[in-house]
Design a protein around this ligand. Sequence first.
Ligand code: AMP
Length: 575
Amino acid sequence: MEMLELMEEMTNNVDGEQEKVLADILFLNAHTEYLQRHGLAGKTDRESFQTKLPLVTYEDIRPDIHRIANGDRSPILSALPLSHFLCSSGTSGGEKKMLPLVEGDRDRAEMVLRIIGSLMNRHGSGLKQGKALNFVHVRKEWETSAGIAVRSVITSWYKSSHFLSKHHLYSTTHTSPVASIHCTDMFQSMYAQLLAGLADRLSVVQLGATFALGLLQAIRFLERHYQDLATDLEKGTVDPRITNEEVRAALETRLVPDPENAAHIKEECGRGQWKGIIRRIWPNAQYLAATATGSMSPYVPVLEFYSDGLPLVSLLYGSSECFSGINLNPFSKPEDVAYTLLPNLAYFEFLTVVLPDNCRQPAELVSLADVQMGKEYEIVVTTYSGLYRYRVGDILRVVGFYNKAPQFKFVCRGDAVLSLDIEKTSEADLQKAVAAAETAHLIPHNMRVAEFTSYADATTIPGHYVIYWELSPTTDQTEGFLADYVMEQCCVVIEESLDVSYKEMRVYDRSIGPLEIKVVKNGTFDRLMDFAVSSGASVSQYKPPRCVKSASILHILDAAVVSAHFSPGPPSWSK
Ligand code: AMP
């Protein structure tokens, strides 16, 4: 069946598909220890599922995961053969989460990618017109004590037989040599992908990365290394720092001396004006493809700056636990992006989010077909790989329907909250407050927040919120300085934007002290990423933490502080 027809059929029969998927998962896994432990063996109906199985988090299944990782081959969670583990960017109890990937999961992932390909073709934006310069990097994998591989989602896909069996096709639609994606040295991988993408720049119709941050890193890499790249383009050589034999060989077959191209790159990058650089270097690019929702939304303005407003397309919503949804309207504005969950991928349930002013009302679990327009829910998944009623931790809001399938806006990670007293400030609240301060006081001074994170500092009495900011100019000027007064006004706007329970604690109870902004040196957030990567995170999957709890990360941030500013007075509040 054509992919878009399949999509139509599934979205018209959401509940039927979901019932089928649940019965399928429970039937296949009937003899697993987990389902037997909960008295569900052999039962495939929704009612038994709902009454017998508890809601769980990673913490609850960690002992089962450890047994599998240590080599217990009995069917503990899933009866399907384990392929390997996926390593999530999230952590639990200080260790990386490992999620099982079983036979059949890749077919489901491939189906999602094919639906996306068909969608883009329908919009006339497929790769029939040219090539994609897609910045992806696999990272070193590791093994559990029983020798089971643990890979990031990206590594898992680009090393899969699904991808490798078609890699000759990939080279006709993408500029990056497969060897450069497989190279685990970040410098060599990035250099090679940029070099290949610059050599073939007129064919490029789309630039992309998994997340918006990845695309930004590529442009910053270009800023730093364009002269070396141009020298290679001019002479048709490969920089000696590229020592990986396969990457060198792949580049050498693609490069011929091209002084004209090199001169263009040198001229455009050497002007010192980075606004619109993407369009100037890749004039046929029609759009940027990179997830720009959730914690990636602060990067939208800077990508607009570099691309002079090329459309930014967020296509996928998913996690190491489960590929979940796609954006059926790829060219919607980043702030309007909504994801439609595909009902044949997993069984989805939704836990109502109980707002602080309504905390007596218990949270309720509803099915995909029963979610209501405008409401926020935490997503709960049951997967073929053996996660049952598992809380992923993401909060989604229903913003529309496609046929009978609800469409969700990503709101935030449910667990990223700042809290000192009874108030809870979510990632989304914080993001909104930072954006308000930026608009009111930084943009008028040609500055913006390039990166931010936060910390609930309980070591002072009373405790207070600390917001770490890395600032950058909005124009091509290189230096930026803001008077203390301006920064204090930013503190004021942030406090004014936070919710009523924060203000009550701050003004009435006085259990929270004045908010503090600490400005950190340029490049500090790059160091945070390097630190995360050296501790096992994947570059392509990396998302900066919007709320910091780890002492080592705080140490890096505090060592880079250039100035600190406190809110000069309490925010407005009335009982
Ligand atoms: P990981 O387990 O490392 O693959 O990270 C998965 C998490 O990334 C999800 O649970 C979300 O919190 C976040 N994420 C994935 N896709 C999106 C998206 N399209 N928009 C916002 N956040 C996303």
